[in-house]
Design a protein around this ligand. Structure first.
Ligand code: PGA
Length: 256
């Protein structure tokens, strides 16, 4: 099992989504490795598609950049055609796995209970889950942001106990993902405060202070500095801008 994650680390994770073949992913990882030859400004993770985990992992091996996956099945093995389990990801050298991304909640019908099972499976298998939460535009406009965040955080963390400290949260307002419409630093701060207060209540023991909360949704090298200047923002989960080495690297540098 991997070492415990340090208290509220600064982390920038690249979510490549369904982009890059094994060969193209390795090339992108090599570009990033070249840029980071003098050292990383913060903790960095790359989350390629399953099919590129092995080739990207081979490039990252021995370095400080972490490997992460974008999803896992809650069971560790069995008759689940087309699925991939935590032990399979761990065996490829993954440290992280994204769970509850809105593209899975809304596109693949994953509910809170499924996301909670996946987060537990990740922890069981020695992976650090990056737990995504966030409201849709309709929910924000109906003044339901707090309610949605509390419900989504509560579902995953209820009963998790000390394992909570081996998780990372990503606040990803659905209306900001892939839209170019980034949350303002104030909107991110307010949502992160709700999430931290909920973690304190559901886990206890000041867990909210120990768990890193990333912001995700249209993060670019142009807006990252302002987002990271907000004390509540511990890093970023980056989609589109992580597919180009130089822009992703500038976002990592902004998190220093
Ligand atoms: P985006 O995606 O940066 O392209 O908005 C973020 C995410 O979905 O994690």
């Amino acid at each position: 099992m991997s070492a415990p994650w340090p208290r509220r680390p600064r982390l920038v994770a690249g979510n490549w989504k369904m982009n890059r073949t094994a060969a193209d992913g390795a090339a992108l990882a090599r570009e990033l490795t070249a840029l980071s030859a003098a050292g990383l400004p913060c903790a960095v993770a790359l989350c390629p598609p399953f099919t590129a985990l092995e080739s990207v992992g081979a490039v990252l091996r021995g370095g400080a950049t972490h490997l992460g996956a974008q999803n896992l099945h809650p069971e560790s093995k069995g008759a689940f055609t087309g699925e991939v389990s935590g032990p399979m990801l761990a065996a490829l050298g993954c440290r992280f796995v994204i769970v509850g991304h809105s593209e899975r909640r809304h596109g693949m019908g994953e509910d809170d209970a499924t996301v909670a099972r996946k987060a537990r499976a990740a922890l069981r298998d020695g992976l650090t889950p990056i737990v995504c939460v966030g409201e849709t535009l309709a929910e924000r406009e109906a003044d339901k942001t707090t309610e949605v965040l509390v419900r989504q955080v509560w579902a995953v963390y209820e009963g998790l106990g000390a394992d909570s400290r081996r998780t990372v949260v990503a606040y990803e307002p659905v209306w900001a993902i892939g839209t170019g419409r980034v949350a303002t630093p104030d909107q991110a701060r307010d949502a992160h405060r709700v999430i931290r207060a909920t973690l304190d209540r559901v886990v206890g023991d000041h867990a909210g202070e120990a768990i890193a909360i990333l912001y995700g949704g249209s993060v670019t090298d142009k807006n990252a500095v302002a987002l990271f200047a907000e004390n509540e923002v511990d890093g970023a989960l980056v989609g589109g801008a992580s597919l180009e080495a130089a822009s992703f690297w500038r976002i990592c540098a902004a998190a220093r």
